[in-house]
Design a protein around this ligand. Sequence first.
Ligand SMILES: [Fe+2]
Ligand SMILES: [Fe+2]
Length: 248
Amino acid sequence: MHDLTKEVWVKYDYKDWLDHFKENDKERLKIDFAEEPQLTEEQGKLIFKSIKAFQMGEQSDGIYLAELAKKFEEEYKEPHYAETMNLFIKEENYHSAYLAWYLAHHNEPKAKKNKLDKTFRKLRHDGKLFTEIAVLVTAETIALSYYSALGNVADKIGSRDLRAICNQMLHDELPHIVFQTYTLSHFGNKRSQRFFRRFVMECTTLAVYIMYGKLLKAGGYKYSRFHGDNVTYLKQSVSMAADMIRTA
Ligand SMILES: [Fe+2]
Ligand SMILES: [Fe+2]
Protein backbone atom coordinates (compact mmCIF):
# COMPACT_ATOMS: atom_id res chain seq x y z
CA MET A 1 0.00 0.00 0.00
CA HIS A 2 1.06 3.56 -0.64
CA ASP A 3 0.57 6.54 1.61
CA LEU A 4 -0.85 9.02 -0.89
CA THR A 5 -0.98 11.79 1.71
CA LYS A 6 2.84 11.97 1.57
CA GLU A 7 3.05 12.37 -2.20
CA VAL A 8 3.97 15.63 -3.92
CA TRP A 9 0.67 15.46 -5.86
CA VAL A 10 -1.31 16.63 -2.81
CA LYS A 11 0.05 20.13 -3.45
CA TYR A 12 -0.92 20.22 -7.14
CA ASP A 13 -3.40 22.68 -8.62
CA TYR A 14 -4.96 22.12 -12.05
CA LYS A 15 -2.04 23.75 -13.87
CA ASP A 16 0.28 21.20 -12.23
CA TRP A 17 -2.13 18.40 -13.13
CA LEU A 18 -2.24 19.60 -16.72
CA ASP A 19 1.57 19.43 -16.87
CA HIS A 20 1.49 16.00 -15.20
CA PHE A 21 -0.86 14.53 -17.81
CA LYS A 22 1.02 16.20 -20.68
CA GLU A 23 4.27 14.66 -19.40
CA ASN A 24 2.65 11.22 -19.12
CA ASP A 25 1.31 11.55 -22.64
CA LYS A 26 4.84 11.89 -24.06
CA GLU A 27 5.62 8.28 -23.34
CA ARG A 28 3.13 5.44 -23.43
CA LEU A 29 3.66 1.75 -22.82
CA LYS A 30 4.85 -0.29 -25.77
CA ILE A 31 4.30 -4.03 -25.74
CA ASP A 32 4.96 -6.58 -28.47
CA PHE A 33 4.06 -9.82 -26.64
CA ALA A 34 7.13 -11.47 -28.22
CA GLU A 35 7.81 -13.37 -24.99
CA GLU A 36 4.20 -13.91 -23.98
CA PRO A 37 3.74 -17.54 -22.90
CA GLN A 38 0.98 -19.78 -24.17
CA LEU A 39 -1.61 -19.92 -21.38
CA THR A 40 -3.17 -23.12 -20.13
CA GLU A 41 -6.96 -23.36 -20.09
CA GLU A 42 -6.91 -23.01 -16.32
CA GLN A 43 -4.75 -19.86 -16.43
CA GLY A 44 -7.05 -18.35 -19.04
CA LYS A 45 -10.09 -19.09 -16.90
CA LEU A 46 -8.42 -17.43 -13.96
CA ILE A 47 -7.50 -14.14 -15.62
CA PHE A 48 -9.68 -13.34 -18.66
CA LYS A 49 -13.04 -12.83 -16.94
CA SER A 50 -11.78 -9.94 -14.81
CA ILE A 51 -9.49 -8.53 -17.52
CA LYS A 52 -12.52 -8.24 -19.82
CA ALA A 53 -14.49 -6.44 -17.11
CA PHE A 54 -11.69 -3.98 -16.35
CA GLN A 55 -11.01 -3.44 -20.06
CA MET A 56 -14.60 -2.26 -20.34
CA GLY A 57 -14.46 -0.26 -17.11
CA GLU A 58 -11.34 1.63 -18.20
CA GLN A 59 -13.14 2.95 -21.26
CA SER A 60 -14.14 6.44 -20.29
CA ASP A 61 -17.45 8.26 -20.84
CA GLY A 62 -15.48 10.93 -22.68
CA ILE A 63 -18.19 13.27 -23.93
CA TYR A 64 -20.25 13.21 -20.75
CA LEU A 65 -17.22 13.87 -18.52
CA ALA A 66 -15.91 16.59 -20.82
CA GLU A 67 -19.28 18.41 -20.67
CA LEU A 68 -19.36 18.33 -16.87
CA ALA A 69 -15.74 19.46 -16.76
CA LYS A 70 -16.51 22.49 -18.93
CA LYS A 71 -19.38 23.48 -16.58
CA PHE A 72 -17.18 23.02 -13.50
CA GLU A 73 -14.41 25.10 -15.08
CA GLU A 74 -16.77 28.06 -15.53
CA GLU A 75 -18.53 27.73 -12.19
CA TYR A 76 -15.38 27.36 -10.09
CA LYS A 77 -13.16 29.59 -12.24
CA GLU A 78 -10.63 26.82 -12.83
CA PRO A 79 -9.38 27.57 -16.36
CA HIS A 80 -7.29 24.38 -16.79
CA TYR A 81 -9.76 21.74 -15.69
CA ALA A 82 -11.46 20.87 -18.97
CA GLU A 83 -8.17 20.48 -20.85
CA THR A 84 -6.74 18.40 -17.99
CA MET A 85 -9.85 16.22 -18.01
CA ASN A 86 -9.45 15.59 -21.75
CA LEU A 87 -5.91 14.33 -21.16
CA PHE A 88 -7.13 12.21 -18.24
CA ILE A 89 -9.77 10.64 -20.52
CA LYS A 90 -7.06 9.96 -23.10
CA GLU A 91 -4.94 8.21 -20.46
CA GLU A 92 -7.87 6.03 -19.36
CA ASN A 93 -8.50 5.05 -22.95
CA TYR A 94 -4.87 3.92 -23.19
CA HIS A 95 -5.51 1.70 -20.15
CA SER A 96 -8.44 0.16 -21.91
CA ALA A 97 -6.32 -0.32 -25.04
CA TYR A 98 -3.49 -2.12 -23.18
CA LEU A 99 -5.94 -4.71 -21.89
CA ALA A 100 -7.63 -4.96 -25.29
CA TRP A 101 -4.23 -5.69 -26.91
CA TYR A 102 -3.58 -8.39 -24.34
CA LEU A 103 -6.96 -10.02 -25.01
CA ALA A 104 -6.45 -9.75 -28.78
CA HIS A 105 -3.04 -11.44 -28.51
CA HIS A 106 -4.76 -14.41 -26.88
CA ASN A 107 -7.67 -14.32 -29.35
CA GLU A 108 -10.07 -13.52 -26.54
CA PRO A 109 -13.11 -11.41 -27.47
CA LYS A 110 -13.78 -8.23 -25.52
CA ALA A 111 -16.80 -8.17 -23.22
CA LYS A 112 -19.93 -6.75 -24.80
CA LYS A 113 -21.70 -6.02 -21.54
CA ASN A 114 -21.04 -6.21 -17.85
CA LYS A 115 -23.64 -5.80 -15.12
CA LEU A 116 -21.30 -4.13 -12.67
CA ASP A 117 -20.08 -1.67 -15.30
CA LYS A 118 -23.66 -0.81 -16.23
CA THR A 119 -24.61 -0.21 -12.58
CA PHE A 120 -21.53 1.95 -12.09
CA ARG A 121 -22.31 4.13 -15.07
CA LYS A 122 -25.96 4.53 -14.04
CA LEU A 123 -24.92 5.54 -10.53
CA ARG A 124 -22.48 8.11 -11.90
CA HIS A 125 -24.80 9.77 -14.35
CA ASP A 126 -26.95 12.01 -12.18
CA GLY A 127 -25.74 15.20 -13.84
CA LYS A 128 -23.46 16.23 -10.97
CA LEU A 129 -19.69 16.25 -11.21
CA PHE A 130 -19.41 15.33 -7.50
CA THR A 131 -21.26 12.04 -8.04
CA GLU A 132 -19.35 11.29 -11.23
CA ILE A 133 -15.96 11.81 -9.61
CA ALA A 134 -16.87 10.18 -6.28
CA VAL A 135 -17.94 6.99 -8.06
CA LEU A 136 -15.05 7.14 -10.52
CA VAL A 137 -12.44 7.44 -7.76
CA THR A 138 -14.00 4.43 -6.00
CA ALA A 139 -13.44 2.36 -9.14
CA GLU A 140 -9.88 3.69 -9.44
CA THR A 141 -9.15 2.80 -5.81
CA ILE A 142 -10.40 -0.73 -6.30
CA ALA A 143 -8.34 -0.91 -9.49
CA LEU A 144 -5.18 -0.37 -7.40
CA SER A 145 -5.80 -3.63 -5.52
CA TYR A 146 -6.93 -5.41 -8.68
CA TYR A 147 -3.83 -4.52 -10.74
CA SER A 148 -1.58 -5.39 -7.79
CA ALA A 149 -3.23 -8.80 -7.62
CA LEU A 150 -3.18 -9.28 -11.40
CA GLY A 151 0.52 -8.31 -11.46
CA ASN A 152 1.25 -11.03 -8.89
CA VAL A 153 -0.66 -13.56 -10.99
CA ALA A 154 1.22 -12.38 -14.11
CA ASP A 155 4.50 -13.20 -12.31
CA LYS A 156 3.20 -16.66 -11.47
CA ILE A 157 2.22 -17.43 -15.06
CA GLY A 158 5.44 -15.88 -16.39
CA SER A 159 3.88 -13.06 -18.40
CA ARG A 160 6.26 -10.13 -18.45
CA ASP A 161 3.98 -8.07 -20.65
CA LEU A 162 0.96 -8.47 -18.40
CA ARG A 163 3.20 -7.50 -15.48
CA ALA A 164 4.32 -4.42 -17.45
CA ILE A 165 0.67 -3.50 -18.11
CA CYS A 166 -0.15 -3.80 -14.40
CA ASN A 167 2.86 -1.70 -13.40
CA GLN A 168 1.85 0.98 -15.89
CA MET A 169 -1.71 0.97 -14.52
CA LEU A 170 -0.46 1.38 -10.94
CA HIS A 171 1.94 4.13 -12.01
CA ASP A 172 -0.93 6.07 -13.63
CA GLU A 173 -3.76 5.27 -11.19
CA LEU A 174 -2.05 6.33 -7.95
CA PRO A 175 -1.93 10.01 -9.00
CA HIS A 176 -5.47 9.72 -10.41
CA ILE A 177 -6.78 9.18 -6.86
CA VAL A 178 -5.16 12.46 -5.75
CA PHE A 179 -6.33 14.28 -8.91
CA GLN A 180 -9.97 13.28 -8.28
CA THR A 181 -9.59 14.08 -4.58
CA TYR A 182 -8.54 17.62 -5.48
CA THR A 183 -11.71 18.02 -7.55
CA LEU A 184 -13.88 16.57 -4.75
CA SER A 185 -12.35 19.08 -2.31
CA HIS A 186 -14.02 21.86 -4.33
CA PHE A 187 -17.43 20.58 -3.20
CA GLY A 188 -16.74 20.94 0.52
CA ASN A 189 -16.55 18.25 3.16
CA LYS A 190 -20.13 17.39 4.05
CA ARG A 191 -21.08 14.39 6.15
CA SER A 192 -23.53 13.24 3.50
CA GLN A 193 -20.72 13.24 0.91
CA ARG A 194 -18.44 11.17 3.15
CA PHE A 195 -21.31 8.78 3.84
CA PHE A 196 -22.02 8.43 0.10
CA ARG A 197 -18.35 7.67 -0.64
CA ARG A 198 -18.14 5.05 2.11
CA PHE A 199 -21.43 3.46 1.01
CA VAL A 200 -20.31 3.21 -2.63
CA MET A 201 -16.95 1.79 -1.53
CA GLU A 202 -18.51 -0.89 0.70
CA CYS A 203 -20.99 -2.01 -1.96
CA THR A 204 -18.45 -2.04 -4.78
CA THR A 205 -15.78 -3.83 -2.77
CA LEU A 206 -18.22 -6.61 -1.96
CA ALA A 207 -19.60 -6.85 -5.51
CA VAL A 208 -16.13 -6.93 -7.10
CA TYR A 209 -14.98 -9.62 -4.69
CA ILE A 210 -18.04 -11.75 -5.36
CA MET A 211 -17.37 -11.54 -9.10
CA TYR A 212 -13.56 -11.58 -9.27
CA GLY A 213 -12.53 -12.97 -5.88
CA LYS A 214 -10.82 -15.98 -7.45
CA LEU A 215 -8.30 -13.80 -9.27
CA LEU A 216 -7.85 -11.47 -6.30
CA LYS A 217 -7.21 -14.41 -3.99
CA ALA A 218 -4.70 -15.94 -6.42
CA GLY A 219 -2.91 -12.56 -6.44
CA GLY A 220 -2.63 -12.44 -2.66
CA TYR A 221 -5.81 -10.53 -1.80
CA LYS A 222 -8.07 -12.31 0.65
CA TYR A 223 -11.27 -10.37 1.29
CA SER A 224 -9.91 -8.84 4.51
CA ARG A 225 -6.88 -7.37 2.71
CA PHE A 226 -8.91 -6.22 -0.30
CA HIS A 227 -11.50 -4.51 1.91
CA GLY A 228 -8.86 -3.09 4.27
CA ASP A 229 -6.75 -1.56 1.47
CA ASN A 230 -9.79 -0.06 -0.28
CA VAL A 231 -11.08 1.55 2.90
CA THR A 232 -7.62 2.83 3.86
CA TYR A 233 -7.23 4.52 0.45
CA LEU A 234 -10.70 6.02 0.88
CA LYS A 235 -9.71 7.39 4.29
CA GLN A 236 -6.53 8.86 2.77
CA SER A 237 -8.61 10.53 0.07
CA VAL A 238 -11.13 11.96 2.55
CA SER A 239 -8.36 13.33 4.77
CA MET A 240 -6.48 14.82 1.78
CA ALA A 241 -9.68 16.50 0.57
CA ALA A 242 -10.20 18.07 4.03
CA ASP A 243 -6.59 19.37 4.04
CA MET A 244 -6.95 20.71 0.50
CA ILE A 245 -9.97 22.76 1.61
CA ARG A 246 -8.07 24.12 4.59
CA THR A 247 -5.08 25.18 2.50
CA ALA A 248 -7.14 26.56 -0.41
FE1 LIG B 1 -7.37 3.54 -15.61
FE1 LIG C 1 -7.75 6.13 -13.48
